[in-house]
Design a protein around this ligand. Sequence first.
Ligand code: PLP
Length: 390
Amino acid sequence: SHKSVVHNFGAGPCILPRPVLEEAQRGLLDFADTGLSILEVSHRSPPFQRLMDQTEAQVRQLLQVPDTHSVLFLQGGASTQFAAVWYNLMASQVIRDRFPRDQLPTVDYIITGSWSKKAAQEARKLGGKVNIVVDASQNPHTHHSFGGIPPQDDWSFTGPGGRDAAYVYYCDNETVHGVEWDHIPQVSPDTILVCDMSSNIMSRPVDVSRFGVILAGAQKNMGPAGVTLVIIRKDLLVHVDDSVVCPPFPTMLDYQVADANASLYNTPPVFAIYVSHLFNQWMLNHGGVTAMEGFSRQKSGLLYDTIQKSQLYQCPVSTPYRSRMNVVFTLTQPDLQAEFLREAEKRHMVQLKGHRSVGGIRASLYNALPIASVEALVAFMKEFERQYPT
Ligand code: PLP
């Protein structure tokens, strides 16, 4: 069918592997030989329980999650975790014991794009004392706002390396601006790091032990929208028992409750978890996150190379921080952009338009995108440039 030749460069919800969709189709009619749809089966039934256990085991295997950390499957997307992270860490005994009890400690946010900015705004909205360590939208070293990560000597942590902050927050891959970290920010050894990995999770190995909390919506790189992965250091789950010190917050945001109930405090997003499980299996069968990293370098390398060699295409992101996942570029003749997108569309290359807040073109190259799609895009880009020489 024509569908199989559609090249999906959408930034999210992401492309899913074809075999995963086909298997999900079967599970929609008959889940694990129960004769029931995955949409009908009780989330407390043994087959679903097994699915939860297996899905957690897959995440642990893929990301080498150590026993010191809990793996949670939550709802509300990554955006909900922007609030939940702040509440939970303000309530965390390990953290609050380090600070005077009569005031909330400062939290440090590193802003490299619109998602980390939103997370900082959310913490501030809830009453947090938010220190902006650096705001890369005001980067004097790049022409473009959010075009990279400024040198760390220009940053202003709370205490050396964030030592006097409750935690330091950053976003590993900024989906809108195409900015990805190539390292973990250098912080003081006992600083608690919180990281949003929504759009590059499962695309390379991660040293999970370095993080207090990792959060990721599934819908970029490991599943459909509806389930959000949170990995949290277990000692941080113990809360202070004092509502004066820590303002009470909704049960549904409480990681301690989620953990105590193995992510089944309420009805979980059963279908999203099921499809994530199938996607995890697909990744494991294809060499895990190390292989995903290789594919991502191959795919993004092809595209950045083409941009580098052309007069028509330009990438506004400085080289070391160019995202493997979201390749953002502009045309030196901006009036050609609409034509570029139309012509791409004719060749079944879809969802290439940049985020509405920044414009330009964005090709997202998530785990399930075949290399053939990138080869097709690159061939088209060269052809288009020949047609419209600068
Ligand atoms: N963080 C990043 C890096 C994202 O790309 C997104 C995308 O939507 C979000 C957070 C928000 O996630 P959600 O839509 O699941 O709330």
